[in-house]
Each structure stands twice: as structure tokens, then as C-alpha cells.
Design a binder for this molecule. Structure first.
Ligand SMILES: *[C@@H]1O[C@H](CO)[C@@H](O)[C@H](O)[C@H]1NC(C)=O
Length: 162
């Protein structure tokens, strides 16, 4: 019971995650085409990002899901990632509500629920810096019907085209 309660509290903390606005020079929106591998990394890579930086990457993979893989993430490791954090919203939330939070030395391998995935970097003013390097590629929906359930924007734009 105690374990379950702890888990619920943790889930709640993650789900209220909201991001402050990214720096205008560190806010990216990319459309990823099939068979394309798009690489992205922290500002100043292979050096480290600077303290207090906030960045956002929005990836759209029309007709597909977006698979994000980060082999080497190296952010300061802190309790609850209170210092620096890499945020991944598999629902493509622009403000990282419900996003997964990563820090320390880790790897990431995840795929979007719909056609969009968003990645955020938030670093504190006291941060010693960190770095990461990732790739995004398209991946077919596991269930073909899922693409219609999760692509409201595409359905709207299809209607507009008519
Ligand atoms: C990432 O996850 C996918 C699906 O679970 C798996 O097929 C793939 O091998 C994984 N890649 C790495 C580098 O772990």
C-alpha cells in the first residue's frame, strides 16, 4: 500500500509538469519525413549547454509515429531531477503536461502516441551543464486505425483541402 501511494504521488508530480517558455533561439519545429533520420542535440554540443537554458523541440511525423532515441544523455543527476531535466511528451504536449522526466546518465528510446512528440530541456541557473544527442525517425503505427484516432490536425487539414 505504501509503495502504491508513493507511486501515485510520483505519477502526480510528473503529470503536473509544465514548462516555462523556451528561449526564442532554442525553440524548434521539425517535420520528419519517412526514411529520414533527424539528429538533434543540446546547444553547444559536443560541449555542454549553459546554465539556465530552456529549449523545446516539436517533431511532427505525418502519417507515422515519431521514434526518439537518445543513446547518451548526460545531465546532472539530482533527486527528482530538480536541477536539470529532459522532458519527453509522447502525446506531443507543447507545455510538457504529463511528460516523462529524465536526468543523470541514461538513454531514451520511446515513440509517440500520435504523430507528434515534444522534447524539452530545462536547466537551472546553478547548473554545471550537461549534454545529450538524439535522433528522430518515423515509425509506422502498430495498429493502422490508431493513426486516425490520434491525428485530429491531419483530419482537419484534409477537410480544408476539399
Ligand atoms: C528501441 O525500442 C524498440 C521497440 O521497443 C526496439 O525494437 C529497439 O531495438 C530499441 N532500440 C534500442 C537502441 O534500444
Amino acid at each position: 500500500m505504501i509503495f502504491l501511494a508513493t507511486l501515485l504521488i510520483m505519477v502526480k508530480i510528473v503529470s503536473v509538469e509544465v514548462m516555462v517558455f523556451p528561449a526564442s533561439n532554442c525553440d524548434f519545429s521539425v517535420s520528419v519525413l519517412p526514411h529520414q533520420v533527424y539528429g538533434f542535440n543540446n546547444p553547444h554540443f559536443p560541449g555542454t549547454y549553459t546554465a539556465g537554458v530552456t529549449c523545446r523541440w516539436i517533431f511532427d511525423c505525418p502519417e507515422y509515429t515519431c521514434r526518439v532515441q537518445c543513446r547518451d544523455v548526460g545531465l546532472p543527476k539530482t533527486q527528482g531531477c530538480f536541477m536539470d531535466r529532459l522532458l519527453v511528451s509522447i502525446t506531443g504536449n507543447l507545455f510538457f503536461e504529463g511528460a516523462e522526466v529524465f536526468c543523470g546518465r541514461t538513454s531514451i528510446n520511446t515513440t509517440s502516441v500520435g504523430t507528434r512528440i515534444t522534447i524539452g530541456l530545462m536547466s537551472r541557473a546553478m547548473s554545471p551543464g550537461g549534454r545529450f544527442r538524439c535522433t528522430v525517425r518515423t515509425e509506422p503505427f502498430q495498429h493502422p486505425w490508431a493513426k486516425f484516432a490520434h491525428s485530429p490536425n491531419e483530419i482537419i487539414s484534409d477537410e480544408k483541402r476539399r
